[in-house]
Ligand binder design. Sequence first.
Ligand code: M6R
Length: 644
Amino acid sequence: MVFSIFSIVGRRDCIRTAFRLALEKLHHINKRNMCGIVGYAGGREASEVILKGLQRLEYRGYDSAGMAVLNDGMNIIKVKGKVSELAKLSKKKKLNGNIGIGHTRWATHGEPNEINAHPHTGSHRNFSLVHNGIIENYDVLRRNLEEKGHLFAGESDTEVLAHLIEEIHELSDIDFFQAIQQALLQVKGTYGIAVVHKYHPDRIIVARKGSPLLIGVGEGENFVASDASPIIEYTKKVVYLEDEEMAVITRDGYEVSTLKNVPLTKEVHELAMSLEQIEKGGFPHFMLKEIFEQGDTIADCMRGRLIVHENRIQLGGLEGFVDKLAGARRVIIAACGTSWHSGLVGEYLFEYLAHMSVEVEYASEFRYREQLIDERDVMIVISQSGETADTLAALREAKRRGAMVLGICNVVGSTIARETDAGVYTHAGPEIGVASTKAFTAQVTVLTMMAMLLGRQNKVLSDAMMKELVKELNNIPKKVEEILKDTSVIEEVARLFTYAPNFLYLGRSYNFPVALEGALKLKEISYIHAEGYPAAEMKHGPIALIDEHMPVVVIAATDHTNDKIISNMEEVKARKGRLIAISSNGQSGVGRLAEFNITIPETHDSLTPLLAVIPLQLLAYFIAVNRKCHVDQPRNLAKSVTVE
Ligand code: M6R
């Protein structure tokens, strides 16, 4: 029997209550920014703060963990595997002390094992270092150090940095801080580091280049972390370090300088996120919580921007930049993964609503192409985390060539948000699940509002059309909630196809990117091979795959391509494919053809991606749960890819 877990759903509180109740009955539901850093200096037990912080960083993806705590000397523990294992070891070893650093490692150089886990030390074990990023010239440095007698325990690039610092410190009369500075000046690559030294037990030394770090400013205690989630419980005051900046953090304060020793006065920012936002709130997984938040997050994204009674859009973050954008020779959207898919939806939206042509680029490809971009062009970068290395590199390259760069980011104060000329925050709140869900719908919401704004600016959107779009967009949050009220058909489809080895996703027009996104969600969290295609492309190859075992998800929700998509469905059916349709209520012809018809409320064609993606997120989620996969931390994946 199929048991619908969402039969009593209202707004967010009701969802949680319904969910808690349902969970008691649901015995059958079981349940990477890369690497993470937390450091603490204050009056509490450092190990407790660090372990809790590392748990909050687990969503970034990792395969080993470790920490170092200073007391009478320095205690280091490391494990392969989960932070919970580190916590057990910490209890056993009674790691007491009020200052320390911790790390979750996502392996790049050297296999995930205890030896390669951080912290790393030099030969004399006087200090401990944790590191995010990649030391690109580690091989040359390592060979030099080996020639000087250094012995390495593992293969990690970070261990090389530790030995380099030791070598510089021991062979010169400079202090430890300067030794770190000098070592970093010899390093090629990226780093966010935190270091403690047993002979300087009052301080943590930190530095950043290309890998985010922030200082949490408390009272009688201070923190360092690679993002705000580990410290939000203790303080909302943060200082963001920029590239090539260093700091010394003690329990009573912090001092920031450049890598070349120029002292800096940094602005203290107030975090907008709350602790509740980064906890599961009764849901078994962050991903599910985030899927269910989308009515609210889309509404939050539109708040103060969609001015319904005045029939207009106001995007404060773009004030002063709209003319340049509207008149750009070319608009290039650069992003990765799910954010790239939202960029593709943006392409359709800009073309249709603003009559502007847009190129959408994988950020990773853009940076290595022959660059024809200059000051006449505008680049829009899209990133949930605001830290994706390839997106950041594309941004920097476009800026270097004189283009204006606008950002659509979720994480406030992230590197991409800070480096763009202007931009719009998505205000979706922290997204913890590695598989992006609410960030996608918020990005598409921002792109829709941008396209509407540009459509008015370019005088291609009539009053009447604008009115219709404003009204429809305003109704989207309600319609999202409507979809989430009854997930029984999606659960049934998930049950039936839990062990399907392949899936095909087809969509046309605005919903072609949604097909890509549906396939990506399934791949990421359930490890099922899935492909997304423009529906008509099926005939040019993928149709050969269709037989009675192949589930084919067809997004049939746009009116203007209805006839065409019906023909595509006929083609699948004629080859005995298992048709699962996502269609708008009342859409003709679909129900007759599909084995399963998951309906979504009607809306304007251009807004259908915001609704059609929801059942696809849920389908991937339920299948992953049935397959007992790690939904929030899928294997091999990082929440934000901060290495190239
Ligand atoms: O933080 P960003 O939006 O820049 O991240 C881009 C991709 O890494 C990200 O969307 C990735 O594809 C997600 N795992 C998708 O669910």
